[in-house]
Design a protein around this ligand. Structure first.
Ligand code: GLY
Ligand code: MN
Ligand code: MN
Length: 461
């Protein structure tokens, strides 16, 4: 480019936030009642968070540790995405609300023994006064825009942790920050691998609400079948249950009818439901305490499996049974996957889809591994080192999914025509016990007969 730069006149976009006169500021700042939070309310996890912080402290003696809740993320212009605190922050503080952006838990080294004092750096409730207009003018943090936060004394009561103003954070000497320090992030993931009894109770609630959501979905099928975007209809039905009972869905709902089921994470959910096809529905309610279920059922939209649908379903079910039977303390994490895949490979060889069960050719039809840890995150503890998670052994108190599947792509020329376009996944949530595993999602039927009976009863009712 050369020549005289082209001059662009300054563009004036204006502001929705109109100027405030001194008289209005004075009027807004006065005559508000005190309105404290109830004095006896604690975060639900308050009895268990001290032990969690003590375990973290013991891993990093004498080091300053910062665990941020995370920041708001812009969706567009002055609209942000809904905020969910980072799971490690929620786990350590018990604070799980949308009022936490920018807050940071600091584990401050204290005393000669290498221990720590926990201190929460918070943005306290907006001050009401002539000199402070945040409460009615700040679209991100103002009480009249996004709701009330706790003041520092209230936050201390809620959490049992000493609370100070966020402004003090900049004065701290450096420390390890979980957002940037891989060792701290990994330690936090590993500390969360084994769930305490309170967490298992929360996960059971997530599973129970999810079960209710699956029942809602079956009841909604007649109307969903009549709508051109039936997948959306049932996504919405489940989402309503999730928002009513908890914080929302723990991940984007997969409502995959027909060949959409062969797309592992089909979340476009814009398809029609066809009564001759299967519906693969994978969804989980996240509780207000941020624990999520992760359950899949594959349902015949007519209410009855066709013979070929049943054949595929029964092989996946046998694989899941073999996988679940392999769960026990001391078993390798990968054992349940191997057990399930063995069943699938042999089944495919029996059908003549594979020449033999050896090798890993079955993976053309299974695509992914068949389970993961579950907790505050749907794919929980993903930052844990391989030697303690994927290549490690199971321990009592771990919660995980077992979710084998078969996905026969509609354009797969290795397959007989009747199998093409069928996708089946069966996914359940289990907790490892002293001598095996307990099925947490057993209230939802799994055998084909039980699925048909359950659908029939819900559709009649
Ligand atoms: N819903 C994601 C998964 O099953 O892992
Ligand atoms: Mn799932
Ligand atoms: Mn899963």
């Amino acid at each position: 480019m050369s020549g005289t730069p082209h001059r662009v006149p300054p563009l004036h976009t204006g502001s929705h936030d109109l100027p405030v006169s001194p008289e209005l500021a004075a009027f807004m700042g006065a005559d508000w009642a005190a309105g404290p939070l109830p004095g006896d309310v604690r975060v639900p996890a308050c009895a268990v968070t001290p032990a969690r912080r003590a375990r973290l402290s013991a891993r990093f003696p004498g080091e300053r540790l910062l665990v941020p809740a995370g920041e708001l993320r812009v969706r567009s212009n002055d609209c942000d995405h809904r905020f969910r605190p980072h799971s490690a922050y929620a786990w350590l503080t018990g604070l799980t609300g949308e009022d936490q952006p920018g807050h940071v838990l600091v584990m401050e080294p204290s005393g000669p023994g290498g221990g720590h004092e926990a201190v929460l750096y918070l943005r306290p409730r907006s001050v009401r006064g002539e000199g402070d207009d945040e409460f009615y003018r700040d679209r991100r943090y103002g009480e009249f825009w996004v709701g009330r936060r706790a003041d520092l004394a209230e936050a201390e009561r809620l959490t049992g942790i000493r609370c100070v103003h966020l402004d003090g954070l900049g004065l701290l000497p450096p420390g390890r920050d979980a957002a940037t320090d891989p060792e701290l992030a990994t330690a936090l993931a590993e500390l969360r691998l084994v769930k305490d009894a309170w967490e298992i109770g929360q996960l059971q609630r997530a599973v129970d609400h999810t079960t209710a959501g699956f029942e809602d979905v079956v009841r909604a099928l007649p109307r969903a079948l009549a709508h051109p975007r039936g997948e959306r209809w049932i996504e919405g039905v489940f989402g309503l249950r999730a928002r009513l009972e908890g914080n929302g869905t723990g991940y984007e709902t997969i409502a995959a009818s027909g060949a959409h089921a062969c797309v592992l994470h089909w979340i476009r959910n814009d398809g029609r439901l066809d009564p001759s096809e299967l519906l693969l529905f994978d969804a989980g309610v996240e509780t207000d305490t941020l624990y999520t279920a992760d359950i899949t059922r594959t349902l015949p939209l007519s209410g009855r499996f066709s013979p070929v649908q049943r054949q595929v379903y029964e092989l996946v079910l046998a694989a899941q049974e073999a996988g679940m039977a392999a769960l026990r303390p001391g078993a390798r994490f990968r054992d349940f996957h191997r057990a399930g895949m063995r069943v699938i490979a042999e089944g495919l060889a029996d059908w003549g889809v594979l020449k033999h069960a050896e090798g890993d050719f079955h993976r053309r039809y299974t695509l992914c591994s068949s389970g993961h840890m579950l907790g505050l995150d749907v794919h929980d503890c993903a930052r844990a080192r391989a030697e303690v998670y994927l290549d490690g052994v199971l321990e009592e108190g771990q919660v995980l999914t077992v979710e084998p599947g078969l996905y026969f792509q509609p354009d797969d020329e290795t397959l007989p025509a009747e199998l093409r376009g069928i996708g089946v996944r069966i996914e359940d949530d289990l907790v490892v016990t002293a001598d095996g595993a307990r099925l947490m999602s057993g209230a939802l039927p799994r055998t084909p007969d039980a699925v048909e009976e359950w659908m029939g009863a819900l559709l009649e009712g």
